[in-house]
Design a protein. Structure first.
Length: 321
């Protein structure tokens, strides 16, 4: 049964997507509801499964990490075996994102590792373990990721731009122990208050507040958001790989800015690998998804060689450890 969401529910989802640490009183004011009603609405959206989890987006590049993207095409498997593989990937602490897709590949995942050797060792371990079931695989490096709000939830079409970005070319920052403790707590509990974080870590509230502000200022924390379950909303999610050709810097910039303005695109990744960009698109219908991709393909027919759209059947994991 699809949950019935009214206008205030959708506005609340959008505001939490923009910043899930926003105080209840601010959320209540924006949505025009009482504070306790707003608290109840958030809890209800979680109980219904509309909100899978809240998310502290951490720029691993600032901490010396790299993000890769791996896709597996499987064969000689049952659906139960695919679920077992997904569970295995989900339980690996170095993997922060796992999806089950329908299309050219069956499973996609994102490892967060210190260097190419660690990535190679992790991938080799998985390839050896599931050698009888992996027909082919492919890999890319995430160079830049732009995060966008789910403006489509309220029918909004005008965007101010990305709500946060991370890239692989930023200088590494060494964290002190209190900063590490605070960051770990925020990764687990994005909406936790500074007082709650202080109690959990054994530091003072003032120190916790200071470290939160510093982590935000230094762009270690990119944004606070949420993860929704599109199946519960009866929406669709497509993951699209974009292959460019004969591109120059000006046309690539125009392509990225055009994608940023599309309200159904929730993030954009610049990749180094077989493809050049990745788009995550959420839409109420498959027809809406097609309209988005047709508009992009028309506008950039001179540089888009092809694209590969895969329907996301399940988002099994999305965290920033």
């Amino acid at each position: 049964m699809t949950p019935k969401l009214d206008k205030r529910d959708r506005q609340l989802l959008l505001e939490l997507d923009r910043d899930c640490r926003r105080p209840l009183k601010d959320l209540a004011k924006i949505t025009g509801a009482a504070i306790e009603t707003t608290r109840y609405r958030i809890e209800r959206l979680q109980q219904l499964g509309v909100i899978k989890n809240f998310l502290t987006v951490i720029d691993g590049g600032r901490l010396g990490f790299y993000y890769y993207k791996v896709f597996f095409k499987l064969f000689n498997v049952t659906e139960q075996k695919i679920r077992d593989i997904i569970d295995d990937l989900t339980n690996e602490p170095r993997i922060c994102w796992v999806i089950r897709v329908d299309g050219s590949y069956d499973i996609g995942f994102t490892p967060r590792v210190r260097n190419p050797r660690e990535q190679s060792e992790l991938l080799d371990k998985l390839r050896w373990k599931y050698a009888k079931h992996i027909k082919r695989w492919t890999l890319s490096v995430n160079l830049r990721m732009d995060f966008l709000a789910r403006d489509y939830l309220v029918g909004q079409t005008n965007r101010l731009g990305p709500l946060g970005s991370y890239s692989s070319d930023k200088p590494t920052l060494k964290l002190d122990k209190p900063s590490e403790l605070v960051l770990n707590e925020l990764a687990k509990r994005p909406r936790a208050s500074a007082t709650s974080i202080a109690e959990a870590t054994g530091i003072s509230t003032d120190v916790a507040l200071n470290r939160i502000r510093t982590l935000e200022h230094e762009k270690v924390i990119v944004r606070y958001s949420l993860v929704t379950d599109v199946q519960v909303l009866q929406h669709v999610n497509f993951y699209v790989l974009i292959y460019l050709n004969n591109v120059n810097a000006a046309r690539e910039k125009a392509f990225r800015q055009f994608c940023q303005r599309q309200p159904n695109i929730i993030y954009i990744i610049k990749s180094l690998g077989e493809w050049d960009y990745e788009l995550s698109i959420e839409a109420p219908t498959v027809a809406t998804y097609r309209e988005v991709m047709m508009s992009i393909a028309r506008e950039f027919s001179d540089i888009i060689q092809e694209y590969n759209g895969m329907m996301v059947e399940r988002l099994a994991k999305y965290v920033y450890p």
